[in-house]
Design a protein around this ligand. Structure first.
Ligand code: G3I
Length: 388
């Protein structure tokens, strides 16, 4: 063996020092890169719940490349804003239009996202022919049930094992918690809801199935929903989760109302999801606080005060309101499994055109240029403070 001389020991020491310095430099660079990576919603809430957004066609076809990139960076769940509604996907008795929905599902699969289907049974955006015979008279119960089953089998069946969860029924309750009077109810009767879930389960036994509704934070409507879900569960109807749409205002619902609502459904043993989150910052055009899309009120300047930009004070209030809402969502993590925004940026939001057409609203976390707003930072900060 060669003796260790003073000279070779010095060389070894130098080599070790150089290696150590290199390691420290590399580690520091890595750490810096990691701390400088822009925060994302999906990472901030990893382990708590999925964070999703409703997409329009330009986003999931990537025709709007900027917005598609933002979706890929920020979200791990997607909803189709319109392309799986009956009038779009099944406009005529013997004609399905699956092109847009196929692109939507392909986008979700390519990006390994949780893919939602919205929606199977709704009173809006359902063509009149569904409820009528050739003479334009209402069809009977059996005919409508058959049409409903065929539609669900065809649509859910096509995406079996690919669409992970479906809004099976949408907005079936009136504000007082009773069943909304729709052709579905009048022609089929109360069991149309159970039937819709059964048909969907038949078509894809693995898919999650949701009861989606707005304004359940109001007590009367919530009580109606609780009674209905209890009944459906007792009958063995496969309801996986209740979707709270989450079309909120700055002053509604209160955090207590929201907390109590999520809690009420948790106690029934169903999961809860926020399915269509946005925050309307504009003056209320009506006393009505729901999301009934048939409302259309005249445009007046006093109802559109932020046409040239959102004042800092409102921007700050919006950020705080979002942070507060996410504080409640985090309290229920585990039972609350997804928070889905209704749109990606402010330009896309339906709230620019409801209940008044042509206003400038600011309901989401990204501005009209796809840039994160202070509300985005506040939501990320809420996750960080909760140890997420
Ligand atoms: O399909 C036509 C298109 O061919 C035409 O070029 C265009 C021009 O006006 O209109 C298109 O249809 C519109 C569609 O959005 C796509 O832009 C409909 O008129 C319009 O009514 C429809 O509005 C959607 C609304 O549901 C009704 O389906 C909104 O984008 C969508 O955000 C909204 O989403 C609903 C949820 O499904 C259920 N919960 C409430 C939520 C907000 O209303």
């Amino acid at each position: 063996m060669k003796p260790v001389t003073y000279r070779s020991a010095k060389q070894w020491l130098r080599t070790i020092c150089v290696a150590a310095v290199t390691l420290v430099v590399l580690l520091t660079a890595g750490l810096l890169a990691a701390t400088q990576a822009p925060p994302t919603l999906k990472d901030a809430f990893k382990g708590s719940f999925l964070v999703g957004a409703a997409l329009d066609e330009a986003q999931f076809t990537e025709a709007d490349a900027r917005s598609a990139a933002l979706v890929k960076a920020q979200f791990n769940a997607i909803s189709p804003e319109n392309v799986l509604k009956w009038e779009v996907v099944h406009p005529e008795p013997d004609r399905y239009n699956f092109g847009p929905a196929d692109s939507y599902v392909a986008f979700g699969e390519k990006n390994h996202m949780f893919i939602l289907g919205h929606t199977l049974v709704w009173h809006h955006q359902t063509p009149a022919w569904v409820f009528q015979d050739d003479q334009g008279h209402p069809v009977d119960r059996d005919t409508l049930l058959k049409r409903m089953r065929d539609h669900i089998q065809t649509v859910v069946g096509r995406y079996k094992g690919r669409v992970n969860g479906w809004d099976v029924v949408n907005e079936v309750l009136a504000d007082d918690g009773t069943l909304r009077p729709t052709p579905w109810l009048t022609i089929i009767g109360e069991d149309y809801i159970a039937k819709a879930f059964e048909f969907a389960h038949e078509a894809d036994p693995q898919a999650q199935l949701y009861f989606n509704e707005f304004s359940l934070e109001n007590e009367a409507k919530r009580n109606g929903a609780v009674a209905l879900i209890k009944k459906l569960k007792a009958q063995g109807v496969p309801v996986t989760a209740v979707g709270l749409q989450g079309h909120y205002r700055m002053d509604w619902p209160s955090l207590e109302q929201l907390d109590a609502t999520i809690g009420a459904f948790e106690q029934l043993g169903v999961k809860v999801m926020i399915t269509e989150l946005d925050l309307d910052v504009l003056p209320a055009a009506t006393q009505y606080s729901g999301a009934d899309i048939s409302l259309n009120l005249p445009l007046q300047a006093k109802l559109n005060p932020y046409a040239n930009g959102l004042p800092d004070s409102v921007q700050t209030a919006l950020a705080k309101r979002y942070a507060d809402l996410f504080g409640v969502f985090l309290k229920h993590r585990g039972n609350l499994t997804r928070v889905n925004f209704w749109g990606v940026d402010d330009a896309q939001s339906w709230l620019n055109n409801w209940p008044v057409v042509g206003r400038t609203n600011y309901p989401l976390l990204f501005d009209r240029n796809g840039q994160p707003k202070p509300a985005f930072d506040a939501v990320i900060q809420t996750a960080a403070s909760a140890g997420k």
